[in-house]
Design a protein around this ligand. Sequence first.
Ligand code: NAD
Length: 502
Amino acid sequence: MKSVKHWINGALADGDPARTAELYNPATGEVSGHVALASAADVDAAVAAAVAAFPAWRDASLTRRAQVLFRFRELMYAHRDELAALISAEHGKVHSDALGEVARGLEVVEFACGIPHLLKGGYSEGVSTRVDSYSIRQPLGVVAGITPFNFPAMVPMWMYPIAIACGNAFVLKPSEKDPSASLLMARLWQEAGLPDGVFSVVQGDKVSVDRLLEHPDVRAVSFVGSTPIAQYVYERGTAHGKRVQALGGAKNHMLVLPDADLDLVADSAVSAGFGSAGERCMAISVVLAVDPIGDELVQKIVERVENLVVGPGDDPASEMGPLVTGPHRDKVASYLDLGVEEGAKLVVDGRETTVLGGGKASETAGFWLGPTVLDHVPAGSRTHTDEIFGPVLSIVRVSSYEEGLKVINDGLYGNGTAIFTNDGGAARRFQNEVEVGMIGINVPIPVPMAFYSFGGWKSSLFGDTHVHGTEGVHFYTRGKVVTSRWLDPSHGGVNLGFPTNG
Ligand code: NAD
């Protein structure tokens, strides 16, 4: 039985022993350990350590900060298998998928290694007679990240490499469902030479989130999770004077025009629908098939779905693992019956899927549900519009591009979407007309690279700043413009040494 603690001021901390939560092995359904749930006092201890560590870290030179980031990148890369195993054991996703999230997170660390360049300001000589102006960006102080269960390494890595590179101290509150990856990352930061207190982890639930949102020393909060909590975090955090970026839920549509290559479409829809058991905010959960290709496309999708191998995340043969918890699996599975009640046709029933080393998904211990396909899902039904966040792919039939576009734009969310077509004009029109933040053209999961910024529109984002990329640098810093005049040239004295950093 493992016991997952906090990481405060460079050491593991027990925190308040009164509150803990159970951890599960999703592949067996068994309890695998416990995680501490922070009290307000535990959060205060982490924030106090961050407050104390901030001034020296802010004053560390850009090259020194970059060197720590380079070392952290190398250590994370060296420990990627260990990290992936921790993720897989608590989340359930297959090992290769967990490695993928570590790789995508590392891209943000690599981006943040360029912080000396990213923080370059502007300089205007002679804005008036012998008067110059220049701009600088400075860190905020203590900033917090609150993250979801579905990417326990990558989503925190969207935030902390940039926050720390900018000179802030960072307090991470990971999901209480899969908290172990955060502690390995904390240990590797220390090994990389990051001063104690600059990166802390408080494990916990609503109690710790609320304390972070109210704490007077927390200057900014980055949140990723479901829409209702994102909205809550945004409203409560900004009411307490904080800068907040809160990324919410999603329901991502793939619009398939009749001229598309249907084999490519079927491969993409199945990969993007069922990777990580559909527990991805950029998963494709709805295929909008424009007449007359619906029947042929559904047949191609079903052929592929029936060949997917579902099994434990640590079995290299598995392509899709279990869901994260029992209650989540039950909620996702409830949409199979609801879909049929709402008029859809259940063409692949994931309850019947055979699990590697087990039996039927619905009868095997663990949080299993196989890949499910619902066809003829009525547009606007709950099965279509609710974020199911599991291995359920809905096919909605539409008669035209315009009808498909309207279905997408009528939706609550605006995280990701994709169009599949060989018509460049239609694709260009789509990227212009669709009300979604991240768009794929013949790419099913258009997650922006680290040097662009990630974020959706509408109920998929509260606040206006996306994460990572240059918007991340902007979020974790504030600007100053200096106007200066010197009546005499300054005199620095003689020094024949070769100029070095430091
Ligand atoms: P969640 O909203 O339940 O939890 C997210 C975080 O909020 C966790 O750290 C959790 O402890 C905390 N939290 C939960 N309930 C809270 C409450 N009542 N008060 C305060 N804090 C609370 O989300 P989840 O189930 O962990 O993750 C899945 C969701 O995250 C999905 O909706 C998915 O779309 C979304 N997500 C979005 C993105 C994105 O980039 N937009 C990325 C990944 C996941």
